[in-house]
Design a binder for this molecule. Structure first.
Ligand code: ARG
Length: 463
């Protein structure tokens, strides 16, 4: 990377920047990826300048055509930049001048890099929310497919990571679906916040040129800003997206943690397809759930990215400060991080195999104790009393070294007469889930209803 003069602000300075300062100051190594957005924003700005008579219609046309050529170079990977370009805005303008000549020097009329960079970032965020949303929808579709394919598998639900009660696997998978459905809403809100154009705010207080921010906003499919100072100072839209990514990251991490457990030999509930596992360089038998661990690990970075921008912003007075250049890397890191995870997850979910026997076995035994207590309570025994009776039974089972299902009828009846009428089949994982009556429960009927609503969410989001 070559360093030399050519800065947009050179006029006032007697000498060029020190090389070390130039390296620190430059954002071009990372903001070059904003080039397509920068160019689209410049096209909208040039058109507006022409329409408002700030430059001639011919000049506007030349600028737009030149910008189209720069965009083609960017898209073809032929656009070259150097550290002397400082940032993407300078690089694009420099190239435009090389292509169309000095008319390029008029493009920056009524505009500052402050409203320009804010616009680029809004466009980036709008695009990113769309891409994340589509990856998330694919993941949610995979959850629904797997839930439908394994409608009657049962596994234990856990509290304190102790076996608690039997659940339908579909109910468990759909629990993640509903968390992701809330992520979709957060992404929708982040998209709406990103859909505001700061162009026309200029450096901070507007401009004497008769620009029309509504015109540029409309050209970009956005709403115009209301206050020029707010427009160049705020990064709330970026925070919104970072927050949406952080919460989504936490959800992905919790799902990942469960699969790390499920695929362990201790649980043995599921096995990942070879395509989504990796081995050990020394232990030949290993098959590791690296992708799920990375998902769990990445959540930390996503939370860090949100914090990085919050902290960068919190002490800033209104108006542009160079601290704002620090907004980009955390944002890019979060978006790339989430997209990379969402690219693998649907395939991992669809190709995993479940060990029905292991899951069902683990869902039996004392995980059925609540079922017994509820059976008694449904027959008029106060629940506290029922809880005590079953608690004693569990202790008795432990003394005898048997499970609840193996408890002789006579012992049950002795614990409480009503237990003598316990229907066969209730004290099984499937009997237990089938016995649930409350809305939103793990009962097969509730799970069917959830599947119906989940399909509705997917169809609605894709419309
Ligand atoms: N590279 C800068 C950034 O990322 C662009 C805006 C520069 N504006 C300025 N007044 N120095 O924030």
């Amino acid at each position: 990377m070559e360093t030399s003069g050519g800065h947009l602000w050179g006029g006032r300075f007697g000498s060029g920047p020190a090389e070390a300062f130039e390296r620190l100051n430059a954002s071009i190594p990372f903001d070059i990826r904003l080039a397509p957005y920068d160019i689209r924003g410049s096209m909208a700005h040039a058109k507006m300048l022409g329409e408002r008579g700030i430059i001639s219609p011919e000049e506007a046309k030349t600028l737009v055509r030149g910008l189209e050529a720069v965009l083609r170079e960017v898209e073809a990977g032929e656009f070259s930049w150097s550290l002397a370009d400082e940032d993407v805005h300078t690089a694009v303008e420099r190239r435009l001048r090389e292509l169309v000549g000095d008319v390029a020097l008029k493009l920056h009329t009524g505009r500052s890099r402050n409203d320009q960079v804010a616009l680029d970032l809004h466009l980036f965020c709008r695009d990113a929310t769309d891409r994340i949303k589509s990856g998330l929808l694919e993941t949610m579709a995979a959850l629904v497919e797997v839930a439908e394919r394994h409608r009657d598998l049962v596994l234990p639900g856990y509290t304190h990571l102790q076996r608690a009660q039997p659940l339908l696997l579909a109910h468990h998978l759909l629990a993640h679906f509903w968390a992701f459905a809330r992520d979709l809403q957060r992404l929708g809100a982040a998209r709406a916040a990103a859909n505001v154009s700061p162009l026309g705010a200029a450096a901070l207080g507007g401009t004497p040129h008769p620009v029309d921010p509504a015109l540029t906003a409309e050209e970009l499919g956005m709403e115009p800003f209301v206050n020029s100072l707010d427009a160049v100072s705020e990064r709330d839209f970026a925070l919104d997206l970072l927050y949406a990514c952080a919460v989504l990251g936490v959800h992905l991490s919790r799902l990942g943690e469960e699969w790390v457990l499920w695929t362990s030999q201790e649980f043995g509930f599921a096995e990942l397809d070879d395509a989504y596992s990796s081995g050990s360089s020394i232990m030949p038998q290993k098959k590791n759930p690296d992708a799920y661990e990375l998902m769990r690990g990445r959540a930390g970075r996503l939370i860090g990215d949100l914090n990085a921008l919050m902290i960068a912003l919190k002490g800033l007075p209104l108006g542009y400060s160079k601290d704002l250049q620090e907004d980009k890397e955390p944002l890019f890191d979060a978006v790339d991080g989430i997209l990379a995870v969402l690219a693998v997850l649907p395939g991992m979910l669809r190709t995993a195999r479940f060990c029905a026997g292991r899951m069902e076995e683990a869902a039996g035994g004392f995980a059925l104790a609540t079922e017994l207590a509820d059976f008694l309570a449904a027959r008029g025994v106060p629940f506290r009393e029922a809880h005590r009776v079953v608690g004693r039974l569990v202790r008795r089972c432990e003394e005898l070294g048997i499970s609840l299902e193996e408890m002789p009828r006579a012992e049950l009846a002795a614990a409480h007469p009503a237990l003598g009428e316990l229907p066969g089949g209730l004290l099984t994982p499937r009997g237990s889930v089938a016995n649930k009556r409350s809305p939103g429960s793990t009962s097969p009927a509730s799970v069917e209803e959830q599947l119906r609503r989940a399909r509705e969410v997917l169809a609605g989001a894709r419309r």
